[in-house]
Structures are given as C-alpha cells and as structure tokens.
Ligand binder design. Structure first.
Ligand SMILES: *[C@@H]1O[C@H](CO)[C@@H](O)[C@H](O)[C@H]1NC(C)=O
Ligand SMILES: *[C@@H]1O[C@H](CO)[C@@H](O)[C@H](O)[C@H]1NC(C)=O
Ligand SMILES: *[C@@H]1O[C@H](CO)[C@@H](O)[C@H](O)[C@H]1NC(C)=O
Ligand SMILES: *[C@@H]1O[C@H](CO)[C@@H](O)[C@H](O)[C@H]1NC(C)=O
Ligand SMILES: *[C@@H]1O[C@H](CO)[C@@H](O)[C@H](O)[C@H]1NC(C)=O
Length: 647
C-alpha cells in the first residue's frame, strides 16, 4: 500500500511541478502570427530611420524600464514621421514582455529598407509603426485568423463551449479597464478546459474595442472545432486553446461584466449549469445574436471602404483641442488660409488631427447654420476627400477637426521642398483621384457641394500619395457677403473661372475650371500664377494653349520628369482634358464625372477636343496683395471683362 501511495504522491507532485514549470518558465511566446510591410518607402531614409529609431528606443524604455505592457511613441521630425505602438498580452511577465519586444523589433526591421509602415503580431505581443497616427484604429482589411490543426475531442460540445467563452470575452473585455481578459472554462463532460483571452489596444475606445472583437469573433468561428484558434486585427487579439498558455492565477472573473448591458442573455446563461440544456440555450442565443448583430457589424466593417452609417460629427472640448495644439502654438501651425489657420494637434488618445480655427463673422444666425452644415460635411465620406471628424464651438470660436495628412499638400510636391519627387504615374493618380473626389461632391453626395477653392494647397496627399481634397463645404459655412470671400478670390485668382470671378456666377463648372488649372500645374510643375523667365512672360494657361495649338505640348511637361517615364500620348490626353476644363464658357466644360471617364478612356474622343481657348490677358494678373478690398478687385474684373468680350 505504502509504495503505491508514494508513487501516486510522486506522480501528482511531478504532474504539478511539470505543469507549473510549463507556465512559469520564461516564454515570450514569439510564434509569429502575422506580419505585414507597407509597399511604400519613406522619402528621406535618414530622416525616417532617425524617427523610427527614436520611437523604438522610446518604446523600449517604456517596456523595459517602466514595465509597461502597452506603449505608444511618436517622432515626427522632418518629412517622414513615425508613430509606433507596442502591446504585450497582459499575462506575460515583464521580462517576457521585454524579450518579445526585442524579437518584434528585429523582425519588423526585416521589411525592405525604408518601408514606411509595418506590423508584426506574435502570440505574446504586437508591434506596429506607420507614418501617421493609427492608435485609435480597430478593424482594418487584412483582419484574419490562424487555426490549429487538431480537432478537439467531443467536437460539438467543444465548439458550443468555445463559442460561449469567446462571446463572453467579446462582451466583457471592452468593459474591463485595460481591455484585457483571460478565462479558463471547463468543457462539460470531457475533463478538458478552454483557455481563452481577448485584448484590445488601450488607445481605442470602448465601442471600438467591441467592434474589433466582434470581427475577431466572427473570424475565429472558422477555427472550431479545432483545439486552437487566434484572431487578429489592427486593434485587438483573441485566442483560445485547449492547452494552457497563461498561468491559472491570471484569469479574471468576467461574469460581472456580462450582467450589465446585455442583461437577459447573460443572466439566463449564468443561471443554468452544464449539460444539454446549456448547449441548446447557447445555440439559440447564438442564433439570436447572429441575427441581431451580424448585419450591422458587417456594415460597420464597410467603414474602411468609405461606406458609413450616418451620424453626427463629434463635438470636441475646447480645452482638449487647446492642449492638443499646445494652445494653438505657432510651432504646430500647418498652414493658413482665407478660412483660418490650421494646426497639428495630438489628442489624448494619441490620435493626430488637423485643427482648423475658422475666421467667422459675428452674424447671429451662424450657430444653427454652422451645426447643420458641419453635420452635412461630416457625412461626406470618400477616399479622395479629407474627412471632417468633428467640431467645437466656444463663444465666437468655431473650430473644425480633420484627419491629419502627414504628407501635407500637393503644392509642396510641385513647387516646394519636395519639388521633382513625383513621377508621372503618381501625378496621373493624383489627377484621377482629385477628379473622383470632385465628381463625388458634385454629383454623388445627396447635396451638390461646390468647392469654390480648388488649388494645389487644398489637395492633400496621404501616405500612399493618394490625393484628398481639403476644405470642401467650407464656403457653405460662410455667409455670402463675408468680405474675406473677395480677399480669397483675389488671392487665388489664377484658379478662378472667369464667369465666377467677374459675374459671381457660380456652378459646378467653376470647380471644373480650377481643376483644369491644377492639372496643368501638376503636368508642368509650374505655378499658374507665376511668371517665369522661361515662359516668355506668359502665365501657365496662356502658355499651355499656345504650345497645344502649335503641337508643342510636350514642352509643357515638367523638366524633372524623364521622357522615358511617361507615355507621350497619355500626357497629351491629360493636357487636352485640362484645356477642355478651362474653356471660357462654362457650358462647354465637361462635368467632373465626364472628366473621370475621359481620364480613364484609352482613346480620346475626337469631338471632345478643346476648341475654344480662353484668352487670358495678362491684365488679369493674380493679386498677391491679399488685403485687397472688394472695390479694387471689381476694377480689376472690369479690365478682364473687356478681354473676354474681345473674343
Ligand atoms: C533628410 O532628412 C535629414 C534629417 O532630417 C535632413 O537633414 C536632410 O536635409 C533631408 N534630405 C532631404 C533630401 O530632404
Ligand atoms: C537605426 O537603428 C539601426 C539598428 O539599430 C541602425 O543600424 C541604424 O544605423 C540607426 N539609424 C539611425 C539614423 O540612427
Ligand atoms: C530576415 O529575412 C532574412 C531573409 O529575407 C532571413 O534570413 C532572416 O532570418 C530574417 N530575420 C528575422 C529576424 O526574421
Ligand atoms: C522600396 O525600396 C526597396 C529597396 O529598399 C525596393 O525594392 C522597392 O521596390 C521600393 N518600393 C517602392 C514602392 O518604391
Ligand atoms: C501566479 O502563479 C505563479 C506560479 O504559477 C507565481 O509565480 C506568481 O507569483 C503568481 N502571480 C500572482 C499575481 O499571484
């Protein structure tokens, strides 16, 4: 008897110490789950690496010295800013977390030199960097799962139990501070247990966390009845396994978080223990849940693609915007314009935004109008339009908050510090994207929005150098008689259609005209308003018409472009479209959706050829004096009227 008991005790001790050994042994869990590198390279490698190294060493110190399991860092000096985020699963020890970080950094640097964004996801941790703020992102295309290869014993019972476990985690985790939960749940009748975790990035919102885990839960379904599964996304991670992957004392009781909110379901399930009844109820609940939630969530995933539900703009607190922009510090200023100054701001959650302080009058009816217009504009979603995130009103102050574009505006790439860095394909894509954005504003949104101020500084470029039109709808926010309209008009005369400049006749074709001017600037790398030595004293538009009529249009092309880089036919087509857009009579200009079709068509329709050049007299010179009064810009307009009637 005694030896047998001894053996049993030894066996039990062995089992326990083996089990303990397994979970307490240092294990940074560096099995690679997913990896991705941006196909785009940073424009200035030395600047990029300075920023990348700075953010990594910041993260390293937060993880290694301050023992954080979640950290963000950013270094935004120069043209290639870097934003980085690191997160360990909460159950990892501090040293395992630091070890996982070291592996992740080595791996993420393995992307092709200069890749401007990358991510690596391990069982134990997650590292990502991008060239703009992404800390609040939750679900993105590319979300997926990785499933184990073994099927669990008692597949049906296992599946039902695993589904319930993960559904509970999905419900509870967003409500738990720190967005992390780990559970161990026995599978009835098998003696096995399901170990599961869910985690969101700490920088997302509660509803963002829920959205992300909902997608994860849907993805991980396809892993059942296998013994292991993991779902990953930009803002969250979910994993279940029949094998323990964290210490038992890391689990938390999530039942309190299931009761509030989705009350009935949680209470019923909590009250019944084990057996067939549980499975039946789980299946019914799952069915109901899928019916209720699956559709809207799918819809939500569409957000990434641009289709979104209608909702009001966010209202930001003035003090939050003030601290985000360091009290509207000059240092943070991104630019200034007729409508107001724009500042770069970093919100508390790490999200970087562009904050525009509007210059408004003191008209009483403004408030109501402002809110309804902001609501209208914030519902305009298109990948070629800068997104308005929200607004803020305080006293006379009106502030708009936009998504931030790290690459800044097109004029910098054409005439500024990055001059000559765009190749022909990039230029063509910018032209097409801008046309699409305008076509959407004019024709596809339920209210026709005329931009009125299309110019290269209002076209921003995203990380992939895709254009996004800024400041659309702003004119709607301002009373017609505001004096700055004439100031602005004078300031960007080089882009303004003659009928609008002279008679104030406004139609979508005024935008078409400005677009045409922008296209010529993109092709030539020359400012429409600039008189250059090599231009024989002509403005860009005059020069373009002259060269076109003499069939010397290729001479217009930016000298920084290599002739081998572009197709002469395509360049000619683009120039012809630009000239069509800038014809004197509004009626003969194409609509923006026609422009999109023309740009995409291989063969240029012969009868669409531009035939009526605008004779831009050099008297119609853009004024650099932006404080021009209405009266003097009228007198200027009189001169040009005679020019036009001379046609
Ligand atoms: C690249 O970045 C470095 C450091 O930020 C800067 O000194 C250098 O002028 C930049 N080079 C170019 C070509 O912009
Ligand atoms: C950045 O770090 C990498 C790896 O540690 C190093 O090879 C590189 O020289 C560093 N670059 C800069 C600009 O500090
Ligand atoms: C980086 O990639 C090379 C081959 O492309 C591979 O040999 C090396 O192991 C990789 N390094 C890491 C840390 O994954
Ligand atoms: C980025 O740079 C790598 C080499 O470092 C090159 O192979 C790749 O083609 C570049 N990608 C782009 C989009 O220019
Ligand atoms: C959890 O259990 C492990 C041993 O399994 C022990 O080393 C650790 O200190 C425990 N942690 C807590 C917070 O009790």
């Amino acid at each position: 008897m005694r030896p047998q008991l001894n053996l049993l005790v030894t066996l039990i001790t062995l089992f326990y110490s083996w089990n303990n050994f397994r979970v307490t042994q240092a294990d940074p869990q560096t099995r690679l789950i997913n990896k991705g590198c941006s196909q785009y390279n940073a424009t200035n490698l030395s600047n990029f690496y300075q920023n990348l190294n700075a953010t990594f060493s910041d993260l390293k110190s937060q993880v290694g010295n301050e023992n954080k399991h979640f950290a963000t860092a950013q270094s935004a000096k120069g043209a290639n800013p870097v934003y980085a985020l690191f997160q360990c699963r909460n159950y990892l020890s501090n040293s395992d977390c630091a070890a996982c970080f070291t592996v992740a950094v080595a791996q993420i640097r393995n992307c092709s030199a200069g890749s401007n964004g990358a991510r690596v996801i391990y069982d134990g941790c997650f590292l990502r960097y991008e060239s703009n703020g992404f800390f609040d992102q939750t679900t993105l295309p590319g979300n997926s799962m990785i499933c184990g290869t073994q099927t669990a014993n008692g597949a049906a019972a296992f599946t039902a139990a695993a589904q319930q476990v993960l559904m509970n985690l999905q419900t509870a985790t967003p409500k738990i501070t720190g967005f992390f939960a780990a559970t161990k749940t026995p599978v009835s009748g098998t003696g096995n247990a399901i170990y599961a975790i869910a985690q969101c990035a700490e920088s997302v919102t509660q509803s963002g966390c829920l959205d992300c885990l909902t997608v994860g839960f849907n993805n991980i379904q396809s892993c059942f009845p296998n013994t292991d599964g993991r779902a990953f996304d930009a803002g969250c991670f979910m994993r279940y396994s029949e094998t323990s992957f964290f210490a038992d004392n890391q689990t938390i009781d999530i039942t309190p978080f299931l009761k509030q909110g989705s009350s009935k379901k949680g209470a019923i399930i909590g009250g019944i223990v084990g057996g067939v009844a549980l499975i039946v109820i789980i299946l019914i609940a799952l069915f109901v849940w899928l019916r209720l939630y699956k559709k809207p969530k799918r819809h939500h995933r569409g957000d990434i693609l641009g289709a979104t539900e209608l909702k009001g703009p966010l209202t930001y607190r003035y003090n939050d915007l003030k601290s985000a922009t360091k009290n509207f510090n000059e240092e943070n200023k991104l630019g200034e314009g007729g409508f107001g100054d724009v500042y770069k701001g970093t919100l508390k959650n790490g999200k970087v935004v562009a904050v525009k302080k509007l210059i408004l009058g003191h008209s009483g009816k403004m408030d109501e109008q402002f809110e309804s217009e902001v609501k209208l504009i914030s519902n305009v979603h298109h990948r070629n339009l800068v997104r308005l995130l929200g607004c803020c009103s305080k006293g006379q102050e009106r502030i708009l908050v936009y998504e931030y574009m790290a690459n800044n505006s097109l004029d910098r790439f054409l005439f500024g510090e990055k001059k000559g860095s765009l190749n022909w394909i990039q230029r063509y894509d910018i032209i097409l994207g801008t046309a699409r954005g305008l076509a959407y504003l004019h024709e596809d949104f339920h209210v026709c929005i005329i931009h009125r101020d299309i110019k290269t500084n209002n076209i921003l470029l995203d990380d992939d150098l895709q254009p996004k039109i800024a400041d659309f709808g702003l004119a709607r926010l301002l009373p017609e008689d505001q004096s700055h309209l004439s100031t602005r008009f004078a300031g960007t005369l080089g882009y303004t259609a003659p009928e609008y400049a002279i008679h104030g006749q406004l139609s979508v074709k005024a935008d078409t005209y400005s677009f045409g001017v922008v296209v010529l600037e993109i092709v030539s790398g020359q400012k429409s308003s600039e008189l250059r030595d090599d231009a024989d004293g002509e403005f860009l538009l005059q020069k373009a018409w002259k060269l076109y009529e003499e069939e010397r249009h290729l001479e217009l092309v930016d000298k920084t472009l290599n002739t081998s880089d572009y197709d002469a036919q395509e360049v000619k087509k683009v120039i012809e479209i630009a000239l069509l857009c800038t014809q004197a009579t509004a009626a003969t200009r194409p609509t923006m959706s026609e422009v999109v079709v023309l740009l995409k068509s291989k063969n240029f329709v012969e009868h669409m050829k531009p035939t009526m050049p605008v004779f831009v007299n050099s008297n119609l010179r853009p004024r650099t004096d932006t404080s021009t009064s209405t009266a003097s810009s009228k007198s200027n307009a009189t001169v040009s009227t005679s020019v036009l009637s001379a046609r």
